[in-house]
Design a protein around this ligand. Structure first.
Ligand code: HEC
Ligand code: HEC
Ligand code: HEC
Length: 112
């Protein structure tokens, strides 16, 4: 009786933890990135995860952490606009191949 209850308890717990780990591990589905004077940038995170299927397409440059870009700039591991260049360079390269991609013009990303 005692054994059964403990086993049931453990499996309920591990399912709960798996759910939390999955949600936290992928981060927000969409986010607004601080874009300085030309205005903030709306970023569809989940769409990129689904399309690119490679977290390191972006996270090689900064960790999987809210505010990672600002922290990197403050710590000197990232220069201003390094993260932006990563967005732009990929969009330009995909566009050159004729594949569906994201915006490349300033005002298509930055909105006041
Ligand atoms: C196209 C670029 C890109 C890809 C691909 C990408 N991310 Fe992110 N991710 C970002 C950006 C930008 C941020 C926000 C960083 C900041 O706040 O400074 C972020 C933040 C996060 C965060 C922090 C939580 C949050 O909501 O801010 C987590 C966790 C995360 N990403 C996980 C992942 C995982 C897991 C994958 C792969 C399945 C992935 N990311 C793929 C760009 C990307
Ligand atoms: C693909 C989207 C995208 C495009 C296109 C784009 N930007 Fe950005 N920009 C961002 C993102 C995301 C950030 C914030 C991350 C960073 O600082 O690297 C940013 C940051 C900036 C900043 C703030 C830097 C700072 O920290 O003070 C300026 C200024 C800026 N962009 C100007 C421009 C100009 C000018 C253009 C056109 C030549 C442009 N951006 C095109 C996405 C974009
Ligand atoms: C490694 C390549 C890559 C990087 C890096 C990347 N993108 Fe994209 N982006 C794409 C592709 C591919 C699409 C087209 C996705 C689709 O249509 O499924 C896209 C689409 C978009 C769209 C349009 C989404 C829509 O609903 O039409 C926006 C906005 C965008 N990206 C913003 C950004 C910003 C901001 C960053 C940097 C923080 C960024 N992207 C970094 C490849 C990239």
């Amino acid at each position: 009786m005692f054994k059964k209850t403990v086993i049931a308890g453990i499996s309920v717990l591990s399912i709960a933890f798996a759910g939390v780990a999955f949600a936290a591990g992928n981060g927000a589905e969409t986010m607004t990135l601080k874009g300085g004077s030309p205005g903030d940038v709306s970023f569809p995170h989940k769409k990129h995860q689904d399309t690119l299927k490679d977290c390191n397409a972006c996270h090689k440059l900064f960790p999987q952490e809210a505010g990672a870009i600002a922290k990197g700039i403050a710590a000197g591991t990232l220069k201003k606009k390094d993260a932006m260049k990563q967005c732009q360079e990929c969009h330009k390269a995909t566009k050159a191949k004729g594949a569906p991609t994201g915006p490349t013009g300033c005002k298509d990303c930055h909105k006041k």
